[in-house]
Design a binder for this molecule. Structure first.
Ligand code: ZN
Length: 156
């Protein structure tokens, strides 16, 4: 029991120090955190994905307080040319599908839907991104995509 507590204590201390210290360069380069709030805003308007990453992990943190039914947020990634269609079909698919049409091949990656105080993460398969292509990320919660959007690109 003492050994267990000791190990747990160490793990806890490690976790805290990892949070307090800057992440290693490689880890931070292949991940990003985007915050969303009750004012229908993302904290960033551009994400750059290094081509050296196999996967790019995006963490979506809803810093507001409103429930998911009223102010839900997600992040859906697609080619900019496809985003209007992705968004329209996503809204039609409804909350049960996280506002993403099931099996939509245009969707490169998508998070689940979160409400205030919730956090989720998802991974973008970097091999689906092409240099020079124009990508956009949006929130497909009905009415949000016009404001909640940003650019995503593959960095050389
Ligand atoms: Zn939203």
């Amino acid at each position: 029991m003492i050994r267990y507590l000791s190990a747990a204590g160490l793990a806890c201390a490690f976790g805290l120090s990892a949070l307090a210290m800057p992440a290693p360069a490689e880890a931070s380069a292949c991940s990003a955190t985007v915050e969303a709030n009750d004012a229908m805003q993302f904290s960033t308007r551009a994400l750059s994905v290094p081509a050296s990453c196999k996967e790019f992990q995006v963490t979506l943190k809803h810093t507001g307080q409103l429930p998911v039914a009223a102010m839900g947020h997600n992040i859906v990634v697609g080619k900019t040319a496809d985003i209007t269609g992705i968004n329209a079909d996503g809204m039609a698919a409804g909350a049960a599908n996280n506002y993403v049409k099931p099996g939509d091949a245009r969707v490169i990656a998508a998070s689940s839907l979160v409400g205030g105080g919730q956090t989720t993460s998802f991974k973008i398969p970097v091999n689906r991104l092409r240099a020079g292509e124009d990508y956009t990320f949006v929130c497909t919660f009905p009415g949000h995509a016009a404001i909640m959007r940003g650019k995503l690109s593959l960095a050389p």
